[in-house]
Design a protein around this ligand. Structure first.
Ligand SMILES: *[C@@H]1O[C@H](CO)[C@@H](O)[C@H](O)[C@H]1NC(C)=O
Ligand SMILES: *[C@@H]1O[C@H](CO)[C@@H](O)[C@H](O)[C@H]1NC(C)=O
Ligand SMILES: *[C@@H]1O[C@H](CO)[C@@H](O)[C@H](O)[C@H]1NC(C)=O
Length: 577
């Protein structure tokens, strides 16, 4: 293989697992960067000649300095499991796989629009080495974050990045700051009993779902790439003593910030208040620019923001029937984005008791309890902030938290009104929504397709209670004895929409009610093929879920908008990732 001279210097292979640090990808920063647009042909002064660009990652300005410099770093550099104190991060290098690795999926949009890389870079060996943790960008020191958290209601002490490495921060062309993390890249001081790996099954699910959530318009971490190895990883997937061999995989995932409620909790719990202040000020400065650092109420303002954005996020989850599955404080982002995709699931037939994690026997994180779980987590955040607040501020913070329910309720109602195509205000809107949800619950109508088909059916068809066969979810709903009453109410309400007409309503509703979501059976089918090295369905789903609101032939052919197949009913969600 031929390499441009600039790269030749950086192609030394890293040693095997444990044999020291991965090799830096480059010996020094290069001069060029990917073109602004693919195929842009005019090289800027100081940039590489066009033919070299595609292979050029040396020039790519990734660095962890902006996270490493402001904070004390773990004084111990050896990589062994331990209790860590007085720091936010430990320096720790990914542990490369022993076997061959293959790049099996990438998100072109993330690479080009966030990372400013030409997608052709994915054909290079450098890229593969980079996204599988074998090589680092020169000067970007990998970090594992120390955090704690409340898991399933109890304080769990130190948790931390047990199989993830923050490999750098990238500031995109449009000035956005993104933190890059490998997940499944080996043990860290925070691995507890874990092996630091992620299996292909859960990595495919995270890769597909985080991107799908983005295209549904829900704040989320993103996924740039998925690599699979032939390294054995052993998992008891259903906690039933049946240990199976699976393959290790790594997702390169991105978020504006990976700090969690648990990031602050651990500092409060161990009394490291100066460090806690420092971290809070950092987060406020970087991510809440409208809060002034010299404002004596800054932490209160910050709390207020996290309260309303968390309410917003959970309302958004509910609007697409998404159940996160592990709403622990360490899996809840301080920026209120969806992070840590594990045993998540999209609800099929409407059921407030839907539990995606089959081992969550008590249903603590069932879909209908997510808003409460959010409140619980925000209360833990408040407890963590209290040592930094004066008595008056503590009182105000409690009042802010009391406002959470209302913020959630208002947002939820807004979203569901939009889903039903309702314009303006009407005092009966909440009852109209609740009535529909009750009918759906009683008839087990499909959540996604009920709303979608209401977006596609004409007012006239509804009026005549004539539901064509293709509207299978509405036909299920129509079996309810109160269906015609709800329809009458709904049609009456639609008449109150000002300046509206039926085609406008349908058009509006189809832009907010997805036709395709990542149903569990779809993910499972893609995973089963992936296990046999057939990634075609991963790619197909990735394509389709980029346009969840648009009817697509390929999706229709696969039956993605049809009634789920019979086998889907008995599907258990893979819990252990
Ligand atoms: C805070 O800083 C801003 C800008 O630096 C300044 O204009 C303002 O007066 C300061 N406020 C306080 C309360 O010190
Ligand atoms: C949530 O956090 C815990 C503790 O760090 C971790 O073990 C678990 O894997 C996380 N959940 C998901 C879905 O990633
Ligand atoms: C699923 O729920 C069980 C029971 O509460 C819990 O022990 C387990 O960690 C959960 N699974 C994941 C992946 O979080």
């Amino acid at each position: 293989m031929w390499w441009p001279p600039l790269l030749a210097a950086c192609l030394a292979w890293a040693g095997e697992a444990g044999a020291g640090q991965p090799e830096p990808l480059c010996s020094s920063r290069g001069l060029c960067r990917a073109p602004a647009r693919p195929n842009a042909s005019v090289p800027q002064p100081g940039q590489c000649p066009p033919q070299r660009r595609e292979a050029d990652m040396c020039a790519w300005p990734l660095s962890s300095d902006s996270l490493r410099d402001p904070f004390p770093i773990d004084v111990i550099q050896e990589n062994f499991v331990r209790n860590v104190r007085n720091c936010i991060f430990s320096v720790v290098y990914p542990i490369p796989f022993k076997s061959r690795v293959r790049l099996v999926a990438v998100s072109k949009e993330v690479l080009e629009n966030i990372l400013d890389l030409d997608v052709s870079v994915t054909g290079t060996s450098d890229f593969l080495q980079f996204v599988s943790g074998r090589k680092m960008i020169f000067g970007s020191v990998p970090l594992a974050h120390r955090y704690g958290g409340h898991q399933f209601g109890s304080w769990a002490g130190q948790l931390g990045d047990g199989r993830a490495h923050l490999i750098g921060v990238y500031t995109s062309r449009n000035g956005e700051r993104w933190e890059l993390q490998l997940k499944g890249s080996g043990k860290t001081p925070y691995s507890r009993d874990g092996d630091g790996r992620a299996v292909l099954r859960s990595s495919v699910r995270e890769f597909l779902c985080s991107e799908a959530m983005h295209y549904l318009g829900i704040p989320t971490s993103r996924a740039a790439s998925l690599v699979v190895s032939d390294d054995d990883v052993w998992r008891d997937q259903f906690y039933n003593g049946n240990i199976k061999r699976e393959r290790g995989a790594i997702v390169l995932r991105l978020a504006k910030s990976w700090f969690r409620i648990g990031s602050l909790e651990i500092l409060a719990h161990s009394g490291e208040l100066d460090l806690q202040r420092k971290l809070l000020d950092f987060i406020i400065q970087e991510h809440f620019p409208s809060i002034a650092l010299n404002d004596s109420n800054k932490y209160l303002e910050f709390f207020s923001r996290v309260v309303s954005e968390t309410a917003n996020l959970i309302a958004l989850w509910m609007s697409v029937g998404f159940a996160h599955g592990v709403c622990n404080t360490d899996n809840f982002s301080l920026l209120s984005i969806t992070i840590d995709y594990g045993p998540f699931g999209f609800m099929e037939s409407y059921d407030p008791n839907f539990i995606p994690n089959t081992s969550d026997d008590e249903g603590r994180y069932k879909i209908g309890n997510q808003a409460n779980a959010g409140l619980f987590n925000l209360n833990k955040l408040l407890q963590a902030l209290k040592p930094l607040l004066d008595p008056r501020q503590k009182q105000l913070a409690s009042q802010i938290l009391e406002g959470y329910r209302e913020i959630y309720y208002i947002r939820f109602t807004e979203l569901f009104k939009t889903k039903l195509g309702l314009l303006g205000e009407n005092e009966d809107d909440s009852s109209l929504i609740a009535f529909l949800l009750k009918l759906m619950e009683d008839t087990k109508a499909d959540f996604t397709m009920t709303f979608r088909q209401l977006s596609e059916i004409t007012e006239d068809q509804l009026k005549r209670l004539h539901i064509p066969e293709e509207f299978w979810a509405l036909q299920d709903l129509g079996k309810h004895e109160l269906f015609s009453e709800w329809v009458t109410m709904y049609l009456l309400r639609l008449n109150h929409n000002k300046g509206d007409c039926d085609s406008k309503r349908r058009k509006r509703m189809t832009t907010v009610n997805p036709r395709y979501i990542l149903r569990n059976w779809m993910a499972e089918s893609a995973v089963q093929k992936a296990n046999l090295n057939d990634f075609s369905e991963v790619h197909l789903l990735q394509q389709i879920l980029q346009h969840p609101f648009q009817r697509q032939q390929a999706a229709e052919k696969e039956g993605y908008s049809l009634r789920p197949p019979a086998w889907a009913k008995d599907l258990k969600v893979s819990c252990l990732s």
